[in-house]
Design a protein around this ligand. Structure first.
Ligand code: CDP
Ligand code: MG
Length: 643
């Protein structure tokens, strides 16, 4: 069991000390019968409420207003409503509010709709990639991701539909001030006591589970928020807790354990935000989405693993990975703050104080500096910003990453020699909310006559996994996968699953029997529908190649030629080398080509754990590479093995 102590007190403290407040209980506020007025009272209690008039005055008089306030002070959910109430959404205009993540967009939209007593998709709507829940002329407040807004700017650079008529621009007639106005809304949370483990923990997952049980045993009422890293460890922790609760029913019957990560179904998301029933303790196990973008009201205890999943891109190898990495002090502080929303709280850090003080970095690295820039470069180009290297970035990315992005886009024929978008390919790609390599694959499928199949593949690749993740049941899953397995590789296998799903009448039982994730498949169907609407608009004709897998593989290559790898001739253990950088890579065990080891393959993505693993792999004929990308394979990288 994890042992915690609180700095500034005698150590060691063998266990979590009882809450000094003893009997102070957190009473869940009644819902439904008082529904509306209760919500209204909640709204008025938020820190921004006191500044309502000031905010409305400032936006009338300044072209830019910056409002600073703690997470949960009401910036996102309230200010759009104030603006709407003050008439900013009249005459066909909209109030838009961006959020960094899809899940945050959906959840705030549903909250604001609830507060306004309307359904999501009417007066309050949202738009995220592949999902538009707004109605023109009806929607007044629209939540959207930054990415969607950027895409809208391509067609409408001045975002006219979000501006007040004849203003928003600081001109002499408008009387608007050009300098931004900055308003700070106070409203601090309650104090949070910090506890550290006494010795470094070897297994943060087990340790997190133990800590939750300890809290439940020792601490008064109040919900628990646990920060882990991703779907895998979150699902595992949920399962472990549910099992304990089942085995020791009497002791742990009050536990209500819920996962929180992007990709959850709507109803699972709603559960997170519903009031904890009296006598129960909600335990939400989350990614860092709950760090800043989402506020859970009843949380009194936070368990911080000290890790999060972060994107890291290496421009030299062109490998981008989501890796579990230590968080920064800034994140740790933010996480702890989540415990002080409704009353003084406690935060249990699964790392030592020594580590926190001496080793944890003060700040994280901005995402822009650890990402693949290909999509950002296309968006800038489409907005007419040509000088990428001289662009005024908030956090300037490394020049190697920018150069690599330009090189990749040139090799995909999305940019021409002058680094301008090509016609029509570059402009079509810019319109697609997808990885440019995927977009290129779709455009090639048009010529190769297999756009129906490629759209299915693109939709499947956009969900995390279509297989259920069940710890310890890999064998069963592997056997089932054989039913769908195609010799060509994973992409064609995916097509077989999709076909089976449609033939079953999109049946959830069929999914269950085949270890297929029903929600993921429903999402695939939706995404595919959105994609097909989009590509038709771009003039791409939907056509099936009726099982011609060569056409399918060639289309994939048109986008992914730079992801080709060749099996090492004398390799005993299935080692491949990438054609591009001679990186040592292996086929991931989840692939249908694992242990089959065809001589030449193309992979969709690389994931590094103990080795670099290729995920979603197909077998190819090397002569197709030159056909797909002569400029890349003949001029830039003459590879004798190809000829
Ligand atoms: O944007 P900011 O962090 O300032 O706060 P917000 O997202 O507007 O949240 C204001 C309040 O609304 C918080 O105290 C949340 O508890 C509540 N809220 C909620 O109950 N359910 C949501 N889905 C979103 C917010
Ligand atoms: Mg917010």
């Amino acid at each position: 069991m994890s042992q915690f102590w609180k700095p500034g007190t005698e150590r060691p403290r063998p266990r979590i000390i009882d809450d000094e407040e003893g009997g102070v209980l957190f009473h869940p506020t009644p819902t439904s019968s008082y529904g509306y007025s209760n919500l209204e009272r909640q709204r008025q209690r938020l820190p921004v409420f006191k500044y309502r008039t000031a905010i409305l005055y400032l936006v009338e008089h300044h072209s830019t207003v910056i409002i600073v306030g703690e997470t949960g002070s009401g910036k996102t959910t309230q200010i759009p409503q104030y603006l709407k109430e003050a008439g900013w959404a009249e005459g066909g205009r909209l109030v838009a509010c961006t959020q960094p993540r899809r899940l945050a967009v959906q959840s705030v939209a549903s909250r604001v709709a609830e507060e306004m007593g309307v359904k999501v998709g009417e007066e309050v709507g949202y738009t995220i990639r592949f999902e538009d829940k707004t109605v023109q002329g009806v929607t007044k407040i629209k939540f959207l991701t930054d990415g969607v807004l950027l895409r809208e700017m391509m067609d409408d650079p001045l975002l006219t539909k979000y501006r007040k008529k004849n203003d928003g621009h600081a001109t002499e007639e408008s009387g608007l001030k050009t300098e931004p106005s900055i308003l700070s809304v106070e409203g601090k949370g309650y104090p949070v006591e910090i506890y550290y483990v006494q010795k470094p923990v070897s297994d943060y997952l087990q340790s997190a589970v133990d800590t939750v049980l300890l809290i439940h045993e020792k601490e008064p009422v109040g919900d628990v928020l646990v920060f882990l890293t991703g779907q895998d460890d979150i699902d595992a922790a949920v399962q472990m807790l549910v099992e304990v609760a089942r085995d020791k029913a009497s002791q742990f019957s009050g536990l209500l354990v819920l996962p929180l990560y992007s990709g959850l179904s709507g109803s699972d998301q709603d559960l997170i935000f519903t009031q904890t029933p009296r006598g129960k303790r909600k335990v939400v196990i989350s990614t860092n989405i709950a760090e800043t973008s989402l506020t859970l009201e009843g949380v009194v205890y936070v368990v911080d693993s000290g890790f999060s999943k972060q994107r890291f891109y290496n421009p030299i190898s062109d490998i981008e990975n989501l890796v579990v990495a230590p968080i920064s002090k800034a994140s740790a502080k933010q996480r702890a703050g989540r415990a002080g929303r409704v009353r003084p709280g406690k935060c249990f850090r699964l790392y030592t104080e020594d580590y926190f003080v001496k080793e944890m970095p003060a700040e994280g690295i901005p995402e822009m500096q650890r990402s693949n820039l290909v999509s950002s470069v296309i968006q800038l180009k489409a907005l007419g910003i040509d000088n990428i290297l001289g662009f005024n970035w908030l956090a300037s990315p490394p020049p190697e990453s920018m150069i690599r992005a330009l090189e990749v886009l040139y090799s995909l024929e999305i940019l021409d020699e002058d680094a301008k978008l090509t016609t029509p390919c570059g402009f079509q790609v810019a319109e697609m909310p997808l990885d440019p390599m995927v977009s290129k694959m779709i455009i090639a499928a048009d010529t190769l006559g297999c756009s129906e199949e490629i759209l299915t593949i693109a939709a499947i690749l956009s969900v995390q996994s279509i297989w259920v993740s069940v710890r310890g049941k890999h064998k069963g899953i592997d056997e089932v996968k054989l039913r769908f397995a195609a010799a060509e590789g994973d992409h064609v296998t995916h097509l077989n699953v999709y076909k089976g799903f449609l033939q079953s009448g999109k049946n959830s039982q069929w999914c269950y029997k085949n270890y297929i994730n029903y929600h993921a498949m429903k999402k695939v169907v939706d995404t595919r529908e959105q994609l097909s609407r989009l590509v038709r608009r771009l003039g791409i004709v939907l056509k099936s190649c009726e099982g011609d897998t060569q056409a399918i593989r060639k289309a994939i290559l048109a986008g992914f030629f730079s992801h080709a790898s060749q099996l090492e001739e004398y390799s005993q253990n299935g080692m491949y080398k990438t054609v591009r950088s001679s990186q040592e890579v292996y086929i991931h065990p989840s692939s249908v080509l694992f242990r089959v080891n065809p001589k030449w393959v193309v992979y969709h993505s690389l994931v590094s754990t103990d080795k670099h693993y290729m995920h979603n792999v197909i077998a190819i004929d090397p002569s197709w590479l030159i056909e797909a990308a002569p400029h890349f394979y003949q001029l830039k990288r003459p590879n004798p093995a190809l000829f």
